[in-house]
Ligand binder design. Structure first.
Ligand code: ATP
Ligand code: MG
Length: 565
């Protein structure tokens, strides 16, 4: 491809609305364009890189025995109504009406249509197992689209679904996908970790996420450097201390704590530690008000709490709800003397606390010497807190570490949730009808591409790994008006093309400095500069990954580009 003809515009300035390196670089290198919030077009160079990611994914899926098909993005409401997800997706689902007033949506994920397709095709255990996949656009009206294609509202996902006759079959199908994911992300050159993920909201028995470590990641990952434990924040836990027994319960005291708003102020006022205080926070979970208690130094993990109630929408309870239920201003909620009966969800760590402080459900007052069992009963005891750096690893007891990550892939043992809801059954050896056992497996193609850039860049631009690079080599003649110079450049370009190498020639009448800057920005792995030694057939080769420069013959340079792995 001739750069003079390339449909592309690079940009020197950092776009103001792009916060992270991959997003900035994708815009600066002209790989994509924003059309609306969270909606992007890929330009030719970007789309080439995008298709390279797709290619690796597709090859690994095929190798693992999964079969590719394609489903529509526009799907009738009934498909999602049978599983209950028409309501469950809430505002994240893009919905539309056809001219006859029939409801449709733009598919956010395709468990239901795949389940229907398999239900209508497979009758017998002899036709199982089967794993199907597609690489297709998904639509989610994300609350906060950000970071370009990392979190967009229209994005391409490779989604696969496995159907098995029994749990052992599911384990094998899941394993095959696990390995295919490892191969995929290895080939893309990503540094990733595999973490245990929460499977609560989707139902099902197990789930893992493939996380690319990155400071810009939206997910917090908790891992142990001593053993192999790794989990995302929604799943990570630490074993709680044993519940307190056999101690003296002191009489409850009501303490006047005027103008005390924060835990720090309260602790200073009462001369005690946050670990002697249990905070109570009221949430509105799909319209139901629930109180949640964790130790004073802890944070509530809203996903853990929401999963307990299979929540679609949750938020902190409104001020007037808090005031009605506690009978106090916000800031004085506690589990004792609530004015209405509501669920009190208690983190197990609170059961180990003795004679602790809570809000008194009366403005400007707290209770001291509260004890679980004597003063209140939890409705539910469940781990609902965030783990923090230094908490004990639940597997080996050593201190846990935290880092940030970008979730590029997710594999999931679904079980029979969708097959039961949609009656996707098969006849077993004895002629008995059983629901199929399902797994689902997703990779975000655009997010993965962005994650590659996030891990492969420097101050000059992108440094594509060879597997993703839109072009492997770029030939730069320094003087396009010099016949000898241009002839050698054209010769190298043609030979590389003939060898099947994706190659660019920067035939623009621009200063070499401008061409070098652009080639660094777009990150082509091998740069072959034809300059002052063209008459000797000597060129300069610069490797983008290492910055290594060598002066070698044109033939040697061609070999470098061809041999590039
Ligand atoms: P997240 O927690 O980041 O919203 P998710 O759990 O909703 O992700 P899945 O439903 O498991 O994601 O989707 C499978 C894959 O699709 C994810 O691992 C991710 O790579 C990709 N993906 C999900 N949402 C988006 C999005 N809004 N933009 C781009 N890629 C996405
Ligand atoms: Mg999501």
């Amino acid at each position: 491809m001739r750069v003079s003809k390339l449909f592309m515009a690079t940009q020197r300035e950092i776009p103001s609305d792009a916060e992270i390196p991959s997003h900035q670089l994708m815009l600066r290198a002209g790989l994509m364009r924003k059309v609306a919030s969270g909606i992007y077009s890929f330009m030719p160079m970007g789309y080439k890189a995008f298709r390279n990611v797709e290619k690796v994914i597709r090859e690994e899926m095929d190798k693992a025995g999964a079969q590719e098909l394609i489903m529509p993005a526009v799907l009738p409401a009934e498909v999602y109504q049978a599983s209950g997800r028409w309501e469950k997706f809430g505002p994240e689902m893009f919905r539309l009406l056809d001219r006859g007033g029939r409801q449709f949506c733009l598919g956010p994920t395709h468990e239901e249509p795949f389940t229907e397709a398999v239900r209508d095709t497979i009758r017998s255990y002899k036709q199982l197992p089967v794993t199907l996949y597609q690489i297709q656009h998904k639509y989610r009206d994300e609350k906060r689209p950000r970071f370009g294609v990392m979190r967009s509202r229209e994005f391409v996902m490779k989604d696969a679904y496995s159907f098995d006759a029994d749990e052992a079959g599911l384990d094998a199908s899941y394993d095959a996908m696990y390995k295919a994911y490892c191969n995929t992300f290895d080939r893309l050159g990503l540094d990733y970790i595999i973490v245990d993920a929460d499977s609560g909201a989707m139902g099902g028995s197990g789930s893992q996420e493939f996380m690319v470590k990155s400071i810009v990641g939206e997910d917090a990952i908790c891992y142990c450097s001593s053993c192999n434990y790794a989990a995302n924040e929604e799943k990570a836990y630490t074993n709680p201390p044993a519940p307190a027994t056999d101690y003296e319960m002191l009489p409850v005291e009501k303490i006047h704590t005027p103008n005390v708003k924060t835990i720090e102020e309260l602790m200073a006022y009462m001369n005690t530690e946050p670990t002697s205080f249990a905070k109570t926070i009221l949430y509105n979970i799909d319209g139901k008000i629930v109180a949640c208690m964790v130790r004073g130094d802890r944070e509530i993990n809203e996903t853990k709490l929401g999963n307990l109630y299979d929540a679609t929408e949750m938020s902190l309870a409104a001020f007037d709800d808090v005031e009605r239920i506690t009978g106090a201003k916000v800031g004085f909620a506690g589990p004792v003397d609530l004015k209405e009966k509501i669920d009190v969800v208690v983190d197990p760590e609170v059961l180990a606390m003795t004679n602790f402080v809570v809000g008194a459900n009366e403005s400007d007052y707290h209770f001291k010497n509260i004890n679980v069992g004597r003063d209140f009963e939890p409705t539910i005891v469940k781990d609902v807190k965030n783990v923090v750096e230094g908490d004990a690893c639940p597997k080996c007891g050593k201190p846990l570490s935290m880092c940030r990550g970008v979730e590029v892939g997710h594999i999931f043992k679904l079980g029979t949730k969708y097959s039961k809801a949609l009656n996707c059954v098969f006849l077993d050896k004895d002629g008995k009808e059983n629901p199929m056992i399902m797994g689902c497996y997703g990779i975000g193609v655009g997010r993965t591409l962005a994650a590659v850039i996030e891990q492969y860049n420097d101050e000059d631009g992108i440094k594509w790994p060879v597997s993703v690079a839109p072009y492997k080599a770029i030939v730069i003649p320094t003087k396009v008006n010099d016949e000898e110079n241009m002839a050698l450049a054209e010769e190298i370009y043609t030979k590389l093309q003939e060898a099947g190498i994706e190659v660019l020639i920067d035939d623009r009448n621009e200063r070499p400095g401008v061409k070098f800057k652009d080639s660094d920005l777009i990150g082509i792995p091998v740069r072959i500069t034809v300059g002052r030694r063209a008459s000797e057939r000597v060129v300069e080769v610069k490797m983008r990954a290492t910055g290594e420069v060598s002066e070698i013959t044109a033939e040697e340079a061609i070999k470098v580009a061809i041999d590039l792995k």
